[in-house]
Design a protein around this ligand. Structure first.
Ligand code: AMP
Length: 546
């Protein structure tokens, strides 16, 4: 309508342009695959991103083309995020932990035209190369001096940039153009692609900068342990430049001592990642008797943050933001930063509140429904399947009619596959993945609750609760645990320790000790593989009668 506001498209290139001018002292520090640490400012990043964009255009890459990356968190990966999508192409990030079969599937399904890879991933591509598109161009993300021998023709990233103009006028196009593509590593069937738009990506960056505001701040350093190769590192490559925070990229060394060293050196204020990486960091903090300099904030998500982990961080003065989301949601859906009035609660109650998955971010609506699709109340009691709606939530899957048809309910809400409750203060509690809930005698037991409680026992490093078949009760819960030391608690000790939080029939019937738990490509315990490993396991009562 005449006389109204201007319409300027929400393009990711506008974030880069803004950071280059408004936050020119902030930038990116990276632990490189070459073995050293590299630092530069956002204006310097922008100059190289312009060079990359010119090089891509020179290769014939245009609007809508898919360009793949297979890389750790580092400045060149950041350059690809902006260089590819800045010219209207789609940055398809590939998870290197996928199986060869899944990798072959997604590269062919996405019809990637160019694949950029870190030197470390040459063997992965060498092993599957004959199954990838024949006309694919490969670019190794390093300089000439570090180029590895490759059994396939490959270009050198730094040579590609050399001599290209360091300035660019970013093209303008519809904000609903795709900018990124990430496949979910579903536990069954082929991976499914979530296709992000420029609009959804920019809005998501605004959203997390506002909701997870404790982590951000001009001049602060944020370290994404969460990979750029999965769900856009929870949006940090966009939100950090937007607010003028610097990024510290850890590269491939994600063990406790390496993370501690980098965080300490670079005075990282906030770090984001899944619970498993924090176990390593916390062990190193314990060994050193101190936390890394300036470390005050941690965002934990991807799977449930154990209460004991939240308590340990908070006790040492590191504030925890427990977040929930998924690939299909760009990914952040809720965040566990507490409202001001909760700061007056006793410490223990604050930890209880932070153990929940938190309140929805702006732009995400939540509803829980029963088996008939009837919406359940947000009373903290009712438990139902969780559906979401929002401007950074997928409306279907990339080139997958079958999965798209099943993704939304009749009202257009996306089914998360999670089972949850929501309390009157708006706090979401994820009880389980629907398929991981344990059903005993017709009643449900949350595997997350059992794991959370058991992990607070000092003798248990990590664990997973699963249901095993039982003739009378349908399923019974057992705990599969990794010991923290030589002193393993007995089954009775485990039951006694967690008994105050559960009904008696919800307590596990057995503890199975293992060396390690099988993990998925995204750092979660793979219950599917765990069940396969325990295929021959029998419930203790069945053994007695056998
Ligand atoms: P992905 O798409 O790989 O990011 O996985 C998304 C799934 O991870 C969600 O549907 C949840 O089941 C699980 N998840 C993510 N964050 C949390 C959390 N904070 N607590 C419990 N489960 C989580």
């Amino acid at each position: 309508m005449e006389g109204m506001m201007m319409h300027r498209p929400l393009l990711v290139s506008t974030i880069l342009d803004y950071a280059m001018k408004a936050h020119r002292k902030a930038g990116i520090t990276s632990a490189r695959t070459e073995g050293d640490v590299h630092s530069y400012s956002y204006p310097e990043a922008g100059a190289r991103i312009a060079q990359l964009a010119h090089a891509l255009q020179g290769m014939g890459i245009t609007l809508g083309d898919r360009v793949a990356t297979l890389a750790w968190n580092g400045y060149r990966h950041f350059e690809l995020y902006y260089g590819i999508s800045g010219i209207g192409a789609v940055c398809h990030t590939i998870n290197p932990r996928l199986s060869a079969e899944q990798l072959i599937y997604i590269v062919n399904h996405a019809e990637d035209r160019v694949l950029f890879l870190d030197t470390t991933f040459v063997p992965i591509i060498a092993a599957v190369k004959e199954h990838l598109p024949e006309d694919m161009t490969y670019v190794i993300m390093t300089d000439r001096a570090h180029m590895p021998d490759t059994p396939f023709p490959a270009l050198c990233y730094e040579e590609l940039l050399d001599g290209q103009p360091t300035e660019i006028t970013w093209p303008e196009f519809d904000e609903n153009t795709a900018c990124g593509l990430c496949y979910t590593s579903g536990t069954t069937g082929n991976p499914k692609g979530a296709l992000y738009s420029h609009r959804s990506t920019v809005l998501h960056a605004f959203t997390i900068a506002i909701s997870l505001r404790h982590s951000f701040g001009e001049g602060r350093a944020i370290l994404p342990v969460v990979p750029l190769f999965h769900v856009n590192a929870w949006g940090l490559p966009y939100a950090a430049p937007l607010v003028g925070a610097s990024l510290v990229m850890p590269g491939q060394a994600l063990d406790g001592p390496s993370l501690f060293r980098l965080m300490d050196q670079e005075e990282v204020y906030s770090a984001w990642g899944v619970p498993t990486v924090w176990m390593g960091l916390l062990a190193e903090i314990k060994a050193q008797g101190r936390k890394p300099a300036n470390f005050e904030d941690v965002v934990i998500g991807g799977s449930a943050a154990p209460r004991s982990m939240i308590e340990t961080f908070e006790t040492m003065g590191v504030s925890v933001g427990h977040a929930w989301g998924m690939t299909e949601m760009s990914p952040v859906g809720t965040h566990g930063c507490l409202p001001q009035w909760m700061n007056d609660l006793p410490f223990d109650e604050q930890i209880t509140a932070k153990s929940k998955q938190g309140r929805r971010v702006y732009g995400v609506d939540l509803k829980i429904v029963d088996e008939d699709g009837t919406v359940l109340p947000n009373d903290g009691e009712a438990i139902g399947e969780l559906y979401v709606r929002g401007n950074a939530v997928v409306s279907g899957y990339f080139r997958n009619e079958e999965a798209s048809a099943k993704a939304l309910d009749a009202e257009g809400w996306f089914g998360t596959g999670d089972v949850a409750s929501i309390d009157p203060d708006g706090f979401l509690v994820i009880q389980d993945r629907a398929k991981d809930l344990i059903k005993s005698g017709g009643e449900w037991i949350s595997s997350i609750d059992l794991e959370n409680a058991a992990m607070s026992l000092p003798g248990i490093a990590t664990c997973a609760a699963i249901g095993v078949p039982h003739p009378r009760w349908d399923e019974r819960p057992v705990l599969v645990a990794v010991a923290a030391g030589d002193d393993r608690p007995t089954l009775d000790e485990v039951r006694e320790h967690i008994a105050p939080h559960f009904a008696k029939w919800q307590l596990p019937d057995d503890v199975i000790w293992v060396e390690s738990l099988p993990m998925t490509a995204t750092g979660k315990v793979s219950k599917l593989n765990l069940r396969k490993q325990l295929a021959d396991y029998q419930h203790p009562e069945l053994r007695e009668t056998a």
